[in-house]
Design a binder for this molecule. Structure first.
Ligand code: PGA
Length: 246
C-alpha cells in the first residue's frame, strides 16, 4: 500500500500564509512517492483549494458534523466539506475528544456522514499516558477502533498516543509495532478480513524528519499524521520522502 502522509495544521494559519505553504508542498509533491494530504483549518480551505486542484496533494478538513445540515450553529457538515473541495476529514482527534467531549459513538456517526459524502475519514485513536502506564493502552485503543468505526468502514485509522502529541516524545519501536499489530487485528475483527486488511494505519505524535524513517518502516505503519512538523513545508516534505524510502 502506498504510504499516506497527512498534515494536520490544527488551529494555525491565516489564508495567505496557508496558501503559500500549500503551494510549496504542491510544487515539490511530484517527486514524492507517498500520498499527501493537507488538512488546514476551515477558514483556509477556500484559499488552498485552487492551489491544490489538479496536483498530487489532497485537501482535507479536521472535523465535520454527523448531520448534513440543520440547526447546528458553528458546525460544518461533510457535504459542505465535499462541496468546498475536500476529499478527506480527520475525525475523533484526541484534542476534539478532550476539548469537545467527543465520544466514540459521535466519532462513528461523523465517520458515517463523511463516508456518505464521499470523503475519506481519517479516524484517530490513542491512549493517555495514565492508560499506558497502567498497562491498558492496547485495550483502550482497540476499544476505540471497535466503537468509532461504522459497519462497512473504508478509510484510514491514525494511532496517536495522546502523550506523544506535540511533546517531542514518541513510543519505542516495539510499542508502535505492538499497537499497530493490535489495531490491525481489531480492524479485522470489526470489518472482516479483506476490509480490515485494506485500512491504512497511520502513526501520529511528534513525527519529525529525524524519526520518520524509523517510524515509517515499522510493520503495519502505513503512513503518518503530522501536526507541528507539517507547518514547515520542508519538514513535511522530508517526512514524506522518508516514507517513500528515499
Ligand atoms: P504533533 O501532532 O505531530 O504535533 O505531535 C500530531 C497530531 O496531533 O495529529
Amino acid at each position: 500500500m502506498t504510504p499516506l502522509i497527512a498534515g494536520n495544521w490544527k488551529m494555525n494559519g491565516l489564508r495567505a500564509e496557508s496558501a503559500e505553504r500549500a503551494q510549496r508542498v504542491a510544487r515539490a509533491a511530484a517527486g514524492v512517492a507517498a500520498e499527501l494530504w493537507l488538512c488546514p483549518p476551515f477558514t483556509a480551505i477556500g484559499a488552498i483549494e485552487p492551489v491544490l486542484r489538479g496536483t498530487r496533494v489532497g485537501l482535507g478538513a479536521q472535523d465535520c458534523h454527523a448531520r448534513g445540515n440543520g440547526a447546528h450553529t458553528g458546525d460544518i457538515s461533510a457535504p459542505m466539506l465535499a462541496d468546498a473541495g475536500c476529499g478527506a476529514v480527520i475525525l475523533g482527534h484526541s484534542e476534539r475528544r478532550a476539548e469537545h467531549g467527543e465520544t466514540d459513538a459521535q466519532v462513528r456517526a461523523k465517520t458515517e456522514a463523511a463516508m456518505a459524502a464521499g470523503l475519506m475519514p481519517i479516524v484517530c485513536v490513542g491512549e493517555s499516558e495514565a492508560e499506558r502506564l497502567a498497562g491498558h493502552a492496547v485495550h483502550v485503543v482497540c476499544g476505540q477502533v471497535a466503537a468509532s468505526l461504522p459497519d462497512g468502514f473504508s478509510g484510514v485509522v491514525a494511532y496517536e498516543p495522546i502523550w506523544a502529541i506535540g511533546t517531542g516524545r514518541t513510543p519505542t519501536e516495539a510499542d508502535v509495532a505492538e499497537m499497530h499489530a493490535a489495531v490491525r487485528a481489531a480492524l479485522r475483527d470489526r470489518l472482516g478480513e479483506a476490509a480490515g486488511n485494506a485500512v491504512r494505519i497511520l502513526y501520529g505524535g511528534s513525527v519529525k524528519p529525524e524519526n520518520a524513517r524509523v517510524l515509517l518502516r515499522i510493520p503495519e505503519v502505513g503512513g503518518a499524521l503530522v501536526g507541528g512538523a507539517s507547518l514547515d513545508p520542508d519538514s513535511f516534505l522530508a517526512i514524506a520522502e522518508g516514507a517513500s524510502g528515499k
